[in-house]
Ligand binder design. Structure first.
Ligand code: ZN
Length: 153
């Protein structure tokens, strides 16, 4: 099921489409159920609930300075910007560069280095594996299709 956070509450009069899909796999011993989505609001997000039930694995990159693994999150990206227009108190900026700062040693790596660094899945709820439920999260900062300088516009 792709983009489950965008699913309607009911498939016509048949009910929740996710519950319907789960029921259709019940008779198969080795069935795999895969849910993917860009998350929306935590309070109503289906993918967030499914993620929390699973192993909660995060994609963590290896720092080239200290060798420790960490997530590449917004708070650890340092943006350089220039004022491109000024109208009274209102200013417009253009982001000119961005680097990731390792939360463990404060060493920095470029976007190019981060996206090519050795990395691994780290489970934050490993006990869910005994129930056969793995869940994964990777954020847009590691996407090969977008640049960091474009993500803060
Ligand atoms: Zn480091």
């Amino acid at each position: 099921m792709d983009e489950v956070d965008g699913y309607p509450a009911s498939a016509g009069v048949e009910g929740d489409p996710v519950s319907l899909a789960k029921k259709r796999t019940q008779n198969f011993t080795f069935a795999k159920r895969v849910f993917t989505s860009t998350p929306t609001l935590k309070s109503t997000s289906r993918i967030y609930r499914e993620f929390m039930r699973g192993t909660r694995e995060e994609w963590e990159i290896k720092c080239k300075h200290c060798g420790e693994h960490s997530q590449a999150i917004f708070d650890d990206i340092r943006f350089e910007k220039e004022v491109t227009a000024e109208n009274g108190r209102k200013k417009e900026y253009e982001v000119t560069s961005a680097v990731w700062r390792c939360p463990k040693c404060n060493g920095t790596m470029t976007e190019y280095e981060v996206k090519r660094a050795p990395a691994k899945w780290v489970p934050y709820n490993p006990n869910a594996l005994s129930r056969g439920i793995r869940s994964f999260h990777i954020n847009a900062f590691l996407s090969p299709w977008s640049k960091w300088t474009d993500q803060c516009k």
